[in-house]
Design a protein. Structure first.
Length: 380
């Protein structure tokens, strides 16, 4: 390999598991990683002989796509950094990083068991090429891997024996191939707007990107986070009777929870967009917006839970009992996962000096204008 600066060309070995199968573990030990790296080097040399002029690095760990496709690509960045530190000459310029005492050499190379149940597992690889051949080699990898990148029989057999799995396919992909594959997967489940924002965060993080969800929620990527329109404001702009509006709101909250879960998995924060009249806040798994301050001339604030079939509590409204039995809304909050409800209630109780008792409504309650509200209850 030539001396001088090296460019990192990221690729993966994608393992499509047979139905019902799962690997015995998520990482390989050091010696195992070295064995696998040698087999992979043979495969890649057969596909693109010029790879012999570069350094091949392997992270001996199995990831889901959401773990690899995060802003800054931290798994590949860590792999590249570790590989550059290794003196030339080890394993014919093939370097591998595996676990020791059940720990990988750096935290970003530790797979998260949360995402271990997917049908495809990904082993990250990096080809570190001299500047003089990097562009040409990158082009060859893009063409050859997508066209004939199936892993060799020895490599596939080694993986099945070592990990205790059966494979439908094992093939090499460039990172661009993985991006394209993930894009198609999200488009197929009606999440193209999510991918639009995620792609911006991954590839052009310095640019702002806007999108509309399938339900019409306005979304905006900027400064490393995704900002979303207030669900209450979105609801206020809808049409139809109370039942139609309530059904639409439940659908929007289901969609919002999907977005929140996937953005979190990809390492992106989801926050409420600050617009006129709204003071946004967020916690671990919930979003909130304050629209008014408590008024001492009204009764103490009370917490009300809006519910939807199949979704449970979709929103929590803080309201005071007002004049002539009207509800005076102070804030709304949106639990994005069940475990967030307790912390959300605690935060609202503290913020508004309200009892932590949550009054279940059994439905989504709207006022006469169709906006998210609380029951009109006469003053005692």
């Amino acid at each position: 390999m030539e001396a001088g600066p090296l460019q990192a060309l990221p690729i993966v070995l994608a393992l499509e598991l047979s139905p019902g199968g799962s690997p015995l573990r998520l990482s390989l030990e050091r010696d195992e990683a070295a064995e696998l790296a040698a087999l992979i080097a043979q495969d890649l040399h057969a596909l693109v002989p010029q790879v012999a002029q570069a350094r091949l690095a392997l992270a001996g760990a199995l990831f889901d796509a959401v773990e690899l496709l995060r802003p800054g690509f931290p798994v590949w960045a860590t792999l590249d950094e570790l590989a550059r530190r290794v003196p030339r000459g080890q394993l014919e310029n093939v370097v591998a990083f595996g676990s020791h005492a059940n720990r990988m050499p750096a935290q970003p190379l530790e797979p998260d068991p949360t995402y271990a149940d997917g049908p495809m597992r990904l082993l990250p690889l990096s080809v570190l090429a001299p500047d003089s051949i990097a562009d040409e080699l990158a082009g060859q990898l893009e063409v050859e891997l997508v066209g004939r990148g199936e892993a060799g029989a020895h490599t596939a057999d080694w993986l099945m024996r070592t990990l205790g799995i059966r494979l439908e396919h094992a093939r090499y992909l460039s990172r661009n191939d993985l991006l394209a594959l993930t894009c198609v997967q999200y488009e197929n489940v009606n999440l193209a707007p999510l991918w639009q924002l995620l792609e911006a965060a991954l590839l052009t993080p310095y640019r702002e990107e806007t999108a509309l969800s399938a339900r019409g929620l306005a979304l905006r990527y900027t400064a490393g986070a995704v900002w979303i329109q207030s669900p209450a404001q979105w609801l206020a702009a809808q049409t139809g009777d109370a039942a139609e509006r309530g059904h639409a709101f439940a659908g929007a909250m289901f969609e919002l929870r999907q977005y929140a879960a996937l953005l979190h998995a990809h390492g992106l924060a989801l926050v409420l967009d600050a617009t006129a009249g709204i003071d946004p806040a967020h916690g671990d798994g919930w979003l909130a917006e304050t629209v008014a301050v408590a008024d001492a001339t009204y009764e103490a604030p009370t917490l009300f839970a809006h519910e939807a079939a199949g979704l449970g509590i979709v929103a929590v409204t803080v309201a005071q009992r007002g004049h002539a039995g009207r509800a005076r809304v102070l804030a709304h909050a949106y639990p994005l996962r069940p475990a967030a409800l307790g912390p959300l209630i605690a935060a609202f109780s503290n913020r508004f000096g309200a009892s932590s008792d949550l009054h279940a409504l059994g439905r989504i309650v709207l006022d006469e204008s169709g906006s998210l509200s609380a029951p009109a209850t006469a003053l005692h």
